[in-house]
Structure formats: C-alpha cells, structure tokens
Design a protein around this ligand. Structure first.
Ligand SMILES: [Zn+2]
Length: 428
C-alpha cells in the first residue's frame, strides 16, 4: 500500500500547533513527526495542516434544482474550500423528509469529493405541521434535523420534535430562526437602509423571538437545539445566556454575517439578498464577539447556489442565498484571524472540530494523530488571490465576493487518505 506524506507544514489541531510531517497509509494517519518520508509527497511548506473543515449547513440542490448545483459540483466546491464533510440541507424537491430520498442522496454522494451527510426534515414536506419519520432517517445515519429554508414556527410541533429527538442518540434539532409572520414580504434587514431604499424589511425581532422561544423549549425538554445562521446581536445574547444556564444549545454564523452589512443592499444587487438578511454593523460586531467568546460554536456557510437568471431578477423577486464554500476559510482568515478576533486554533475549532461534534461526524475534525482517519486540509495562509466567479467549481455564480482580494487559500485536501485537491486543483 502506497504511503502519502504531507511534508514541511505546521500541524494545527485541538492539541495546538507544531512543525511536523504527516504520514498517511490506508486512509489513516500512521505517524506525525519530523523527517517522515513516503512514496508520494504533498508539499506543505508555509502551510497549516489541519483536520478537514466541516460545514453543517450547505444547499446542494439535488434532487430538484440541478441547474444550480449537484451533489458532485457542490462537494467539489467544498473540497476546494478545505471541507472534508458537509451536511446537505433538506429543502430539495422532493424534500429530504423520508428514508427513500435520504438513501438516494447518500448513494449519489458515494464518490463525491467530500463526505456528504444528509440532514433530515423535521416535518413532512417541511410544511411545519406533521413530524417526519425522524427515527427512520436516524437509522440511516441522519443526526441533524432541520426544516431549513423555513422556520418550525409552531411551538407545539417544535416541542414534539425536541422530545422525539431525545430518544435518538446524537440527534440535534436545528432551527432556521425567522418567525414567518414577522418576515412576511420582507427582502432585507428592517432598519435605516430598508427605509431609505424602500425595500420591505425583515426585523431582527423575527429571529430573536424564535431563538428566545426555542431556548425556553430546550429548557423544557432537555433536548439539543442548534441555531442556524445567527445574525443579530440580540440572538447572540440569547444564546450566550442559554449557555450560561447550562442548556444544550449551539449556534453557527455564516461568513456573510461577519463580513457584509445591510448597506450592501443599496446596490439593489440580489447577490446581497439572503435569509436571514445582512444586518447592521453593530450586529456584525456582535457576531464576531460571539465567535470570539465561544457563544457561536461554528462557522457554517449556508452555501446557497442559484441559477444566474434567477439572481438577475429585481431585488424583491430574486431568490435568497449566496455561495460560500470556496471563500469561507479565506474570509475567516482575513476578517477574523488577521485582525486578531480569533486565534488560528479558534478559527479551525469553529470551522472543523466544533461543527464535526455538533453534526456527529466523528471521522472528521481531528486530531491529526496516529490512527485517526486522514481527513485533512492543507491551508496556505499567505497566498493572495482574487475571487473570480467564473472560475468557481460550483455550478452557480452567485457570490457577492467577486473581485475581492483575499489572503489564504487551500493548497491540498485529503479525504479518507485520497488527495481530492492537489495544488488548488480538484482531482475528482
Ligand atoms: Zn436557513
């Protein structure tokens, strides 16, 4: 069996940082230390060698909207972004709300460039009414349940989902926290900019009332609740208080919520339309503070591909969502690590081992040590590059970061011991 050695890098994982080579054989790390050699060498000089990234929130659009993305193209984009595992959201057509569809997604992902875990819808058809067969999906390995794209608005349904999830080991109920009545008709954050632009708003309160309610339900049921794409200062504070009370609550933030504000919507460019919407500078600062103090456990992209024609409609009519997988780590590096908001170890905790733990993806997130599965990211923190939407691996082009210069790029990605990205190029 051929040996692969990642040479000359700095290994970074839960144990901290040390200069080491990494020897891989048969899908596993077999040695970490100086002076290792192997049949095949991956140059990691100047790079960090870390556990592969994990994204608990991606839309791969298959089945149903393959013109925007497929499992194959989305997983390739993920691998190029340093991800070795992603959790696919259930708002496909049909929805991922029963074992047959989940099984089909897992089968389609078998040879993908990263591991694709399926989420399961909380309710049938994501309609928010009747519980989906959570137990049957759990038996197929589903751990993260969500109606993402929509909020579970009915408190009784949410309570039953939480109670049911307690009987399913490792299961977590994830909430897209936006009260549908409060956001109805809104297309951007409700505030000074929405008034000025004459675009109907989605108030911060829409997110916060659901987070507050679900924190209370977490206390009532003792179940785990994960808040998706937390975007407001008030929601961050509610999560902070819930954690202080010892509740089993976790939260994620998306890169666009710590890099862009509602002012971007002044361009009327639907590339900046997303749910929950881009918020104010004060909210952005609160997201960063929440990541820094651990209130927000992880970064999740909410990678949401859309066909170009759809994103060329007027702002109010265009679909919500933006790409994220190929730019996330560089944005974390530029906006959080370089300015000193997060240490490198905190950044990779938020992008790798914390989300792996939330989603129950035990083969990911490290540590980089003998006998561990070889799911690794080799990241060059000094490489400068410019985001060119035309060169993304994603089938869609709806990134708001086109033309932006970033520092930090993934050089190699290793999945189960196979090199799926070599020198910045996907190999499958
Ligand atoms: Zn969502």
């Amino acid at each position: 069996m051929a040996d692969l050695v990642i040479k000359g890098g700095t290994v970074l994982d839960t144990a901290g940082e040390r200069v080491s080579d990494v020897l891989i054989r048969g899908g596993h790390v077999v040695d970490v230390g100086p002076g290792l050699s192997g049949d095949e060498v991956l140059d990691a000089s100047g790079c960090l060698v870390t556990p592969g990234l994990v994204d608990v929130h991606v839309h791969l659009r298959e089945p149903g909207m393959e013109e925007a993305e497929t499992i194959e193209t989305g997983a390739r984009a993920a691998a190029l972004g340093g991800y070795t595992a992603v959790v696919a959201m259930p708002n496909t057509t049909p929805a991922l709300d029963d074992p047959i569809v989940v099984r089909a997604v897992l089968a389609a992902a078998r040879h993908a460039s990263c591991e694709v875990a399926s989420s399961g819808a909380i309710t049938r058809g994501r309609k928010g009414e009747e519980l989906a067969p959570l137990g049957e999906m759990h038996a197929l390995g589903v751990r993260l349940f969500t109606d993402d794209g929509d909020c579970v608005a009915d408190a009784g349904v949410m309570r039953r989902a939480l109670e049911y999830s307690r009987m399913l080991p490792g299961a977590v109920i994830s909430q897209h926290a936006e009260d549908p009545d409060l956001v109805a008709g809104g297309a951007m954050h409700e505030g000074e900019w929405s008034s000025r632009l004459g675009i109907p708003g989605r108030p911060a309160a829409a997110e916060e009332v659901i987070v507050a309610r679900d924190v209370i339900l977490a206390g009532l049921t003792g179940a785990r609740v994960h808040f998706q794409h937390v975007s407001t200062a008030g929601a961050v504070e509610l999560v902070r208080q819930a954690k202080a009370r010892g509740l089993a609550v976790t939260a994620e933030a998306a890169p666009h919520h710590f890099t862009l504000t509602d002012e971007c919507c002044a361009s009327f460019d639907p590339l900046f339309k997303v749910n929950p919407p881009l918020r104010t500078a004060a909210d952005l600062a609160a997201i960063k503070a929440g990541l820094a103090d651990g209130t927000i456990d992880c970064v999740a992209t909410d990678h949401a591909p859309h066909p170009t024609e759809a994103k060329e409609r007027p702002f109010a009519e265009a679909p919500s969502g933006m790409l994220g997988l190929e730019t996330a780590l560089a944005l974390v590096w530029d906006e959080l690590v370089e300015p000193g908001v997060l240490t490198p170890v905190q950044a990779f905790a938020a992008c790798s081992w914390n989300p792996a733990a939330i989603a129950g993806l035990g083969h990911h997130g490290g540590p980089v040590a003998a006998d561990a599965p070889a799911n690794l990211c080799v990241f060059d923190p000094a490489l400068r590059w410019e985001v060119d939407p035309g060169r993304l691996a994603s089938r869609a082009r709806n990134t708001p970061y086109g033309g932006r210069r970033l520092t930090g790029k993934v050089r190699h990605t290793v999945l189960h011991g196979d090199v799926v990205v070599r020198d910045g190029t996907a190999t499958r």
